[in-house]
Design a protein around this ligand. Structure first.
Ligand code: SDX
Length: 428
């Protein structure tokens, strides 16, 4: 089996090395292509281009496989918990009992944020989308922990930044929600676990004894696990590129939050519910909306469907769909949009347009239905995605920094005006 690739350009033959990963994926290494030929490659959206070699997450879009550090998400979702999965993604191995307890207790003891964070929060009008508040509060941590600005500091400092970020993100998220609904913020309760503390900060009223329904807390923990990493997706690639300039972890992850916000990426979970509600309000005629999704002249897309990598089912969607049935049944919730969602999926799986393009439900198609059943408001859905993706972003940033990867700076092919002389205004 050849470990080189040959390309012939302008009659000149170029031989390029082929690398192979631990799952037999192959890539042509073009890192010396321009130097040896003056030629570059071009690939809008990087659909065929690898940006790095990573040991964190493996996914096979054809077979619907997703593994974090070699462990399947099916096993982790069933047997692990979000903090343990966070440790696994960031440090590469499942923690021992001692490592886990130290990690979890460090996080518990850093959930409180500086009181001045409330001054930043109060600067946002209540109409502010929680994702904009969240990315601002995360970036603002560079002000409270200026030592974090130097990503080349000791591992101990990086580990401290990691603990602070994982610990404070739920506080930022819940406070961004309280700001939106005009309620006073609820301080973290270190007697509660990660999701229980978050739910209390989200839904408790001042001086109220609040204990989240364990069904809700467990479902949320599973959802966070399923969102924890996804190799070089748009927001993770953003975190890596921003971090490659040696920007701080907080600045890099704030950028990732903003990339996730887009409706083609993490913002899709909010867009799915808005779409389903729209179809319901329009009389529930799923065939009409399927036709709109297939009409090239109609900008409408079936949100929550399709994926850059999964050309078969998204394994996360399968788990979330089952969890949606379980959670709604346990909570006694009957959500009519769940039936509309299932109807759309059944129709799409039989429709040649979707089958030919291998468009299946993705992670965002059913997640919003569970969030809604858990009482999470729609414009907080993408914040929940960010909460889940945080350990993945951290792990990818850390790997990029430890591998001393170069600054991300793509090339281009220029298509603009050729050399021309300036014409004074009075002569134009
Ligand atoms: C996430 O990358 C990741 O890993 C992301 C993510 C993660 O965990 O980080 O998995 C999370 O972002 C999931 C995706 C959430 N987004 C949506 O649900 C939005 C709706 N989906 C589409 O916008 C689209 O499918 C994308 C953005 C997800 C993927 O876009 P691609 O890979 O660029 O594919 P494409 O736009 O080139 O589409 C290929 C064809 C086109 O038709 P043709 O031009 O070939 O005729 O499929 C069509 C598209 O028009 N198509 C759809 C469609 N998605 C693609 N048609 C109708 N409805 C859709 N949803």
């Amino acid at each position: 089996m050849s470990d080189t690739a040959q390309i012939i350009v302008d009659g000149k033959s170029l031989e390029l090395p082929v690398i192979e990963g631990s799952e037999s994926e192959k890539a042509i290494d073009i890192s010396k292509l321009r130097g040896s030929s003056g030629i570059i490659t071009i690939d809008p959206g990087f659909k065929n281009t690898g940006s790095t070699q990573s040991a964190i997450t493996f996914l096979d879009g054809e077979k619907g496989i997703l593994r974090y550090r070699g462990y399947t998400i099916e096993e982790l979702a069933e047997k692990s918990n979000f903090l343990e999965v966070s440790y696994l993604l960031i440090y590469g191995e499942l923690p021992t009992t001692e490592q886990y307890n130290e990690f979890a207790s460090s996080i518990t003891n850093h959930t409180l944020v500086h009181e001045d964070v409330k001054k930043i929060l109060e600067g946002f009008p209540s109409v502010a989308h929680p994702m904009g508040v969240l990315s601002s509060l995360v970036c603002a941590q560079t002000a409270f922990y200026p030592e974090s600005l130097d990503p080349n500091r000791s591992h101990g400092d990086v580990d401290m930044s990691i603990i602070r970020l994982i610990a404070k993100m739920p506080t930022f998220a819940a406070w961004s929600y309280k700001n939106k609904i005009g309620q006073p913020v609820i301080y973290p309760d270190n007697k509660l676990n990660y999701t229980g503390n978050f739910l209390k900060m989200m839904f408790a009223l001042p001086a109220e004894e609040y204990l989240a329904d364990p069904v809700v807390a467990d479902a949320l923990d599973k959802l966070l696990i399923l969102h924890a990493d996804h190799e070089q997706n748009c927001s993770t690639a953003t975190v890596r590129v921003v971090g490659s300039s040696h920007a701080s972890m907080y600045a890099s992850i704030s950028a990732g939050i903003n990339a996730l916000w887009g409706p083609l990426h993490g913002g899709a979970n909010q867009a799915v519910i808005e779409m389903l509600e729209g179809i319901k309000a329009d009389g529930g005629d799923t065939k009409k909306w399927m036709a709109k999704a297939k009409d090239k002249n109609d900008p409408f897309r079936l949100m929550g469907f399709g994926h850059r990598v999964y050309k078969n089912f998204d394994p996360r969607a399968k788990i979330i769909k089952k969890a949606a049935d379980d959670v709604l049944e346990k909570l006694g919730v009957n959500d009519p949009v769940l039936d509309i969602a299932k109807g759309l999926e059944e129709e799409a799986l039989r429709d040649p347009y979707f089958v030919e393009r291998k468009l299946y439900p993705n992670v965002d198609f059913y997640s919003g239905i569970i969030y809604r059943a858990l009482g999470i408001p729609t414009d907080m859905f993408t914040v929940m995605f960010a909460l889940g993706r945080l350990p993945g972003w951290i792990a990818q940033w850390k790997e990029m920094r430890e591998n001393k990867e170069p600054i991300g700076r793509p090339r281009q092919v220029y298509t603009g005006a050729n050399d021309r002389t300036y014409v004074p205004l009075n002569e134009r």
